[in-house]
Ligand binder design. Structure first.
Ligand code: CTP
Ligand code: CA
Length: 224
């Protein structure tokens, strides 16, 4: 489908997109983070707005600018992302969980900067699991809402990658899962992307490769 055929096909819909990577503070000056730039999620938000949707972009430490056409909510941690997303999702027609959520956060936040002199040669950091936002969105999903998850996998083998995607889909309970290979030079931060989209039965509904904005367009075509 060409750009012209898409025009304002998402008019009247509220689409919530999460993007970027959460950061979990260790002390006032340090955090645990990941390499997500937010590019793919921001490209989806921009493309949805260009096609007439009302878009809420929940951005976690975005490395790319948010388009002026979306309502931006900026968050830092996974817990902040969880509450902002749950609030925005209440009246959303579509929720796209493209953000890379930290799976664990430091159990305690040091009130002051951790000092080497007091700490010595080792710094044990105990991490605790963050809430799974996608799973709770699936459990609280309003009727008619479409919930799209992403799966970031480093698996090199295509068949095994799909297997991991199908298992993740079953655990999450979302309607579509965008399976995305990530690595040192793939997925994160770069401009291009290759994805396979599974429906809730685990069947492939889209395989596409290209710029993050072209991938965004193809994913949004699945909403029509
Ligand atoms: N996700 C989430 N909350 C978390 C972790 C992940 O909502 N605490 C969402 C992501 O935004 C993504 C999907 O779940 O849409 C899959 O994330 P991914 O990291 O690939 O899977 P995990 O379930 O965290 O499993 P693992 O990292 O161990 O592969
Ligand atoms: Ca994870």
């Amino acid at each position: 489908v060409g750009e012209a055929g898409r025009s304002q096909d998402l008019a009247g819909r509220h689409i919530v997109v999460t993007a970027g990577g959460t950061r979990e503070p260790i002390d006032p000056v340090r955090f645990i983070g990941n390499r997500s730039s937010g590019k793919q999620g921001v490209a989806i938000a921009a493309a949805a707005a260009a096609r007439g949707a009302r878009v809420t972009l929940i951005g976690a430490n975005l490395e790319v600018p948010a388009p002026a056409s979306v309502a931006l909510v900026s968050v830092g941690t996974a817990e902040e992302l969880a509450s902002a997303t749950q609030a925005a999702a209440k009246d959303a027609d579509v929720v796209v969980m493209a953000a890379a959520v930290a799976d664990y956060r430091p159990e305690r936040l040091a009130a002051e900067k951790i000092k080497k002199e007091q700490q010595g040669d080792e710094l044990p950091l105990r991490l605790v699991k963050n809430p799974d936002i996608l799973v709770s969105l699936a459990q609280a999903k309003p009727a008619g809402q479409l919930l799209i998850g992403f799966a970031a996998e480093t698996e090199r083998d295509d068949a095994k990658l799909l297997e991991l995607g199908r298992a993740k889909l079953a655990r999450k309970g979302c309607d579509l899962l965008v399976v995305n290979r990530v690595g040192w030079d793939e997925g994160f931060a770069v401009d291009g992307n290759t994805v396979t989209v599974l429906d809730r039965h685990g069947d492939i509904v889209l395989e596409t490769s290209g710029s993050k904005s072209s991938v965004a367009g193809r994913i949004l075509d699945l909403l029509r």
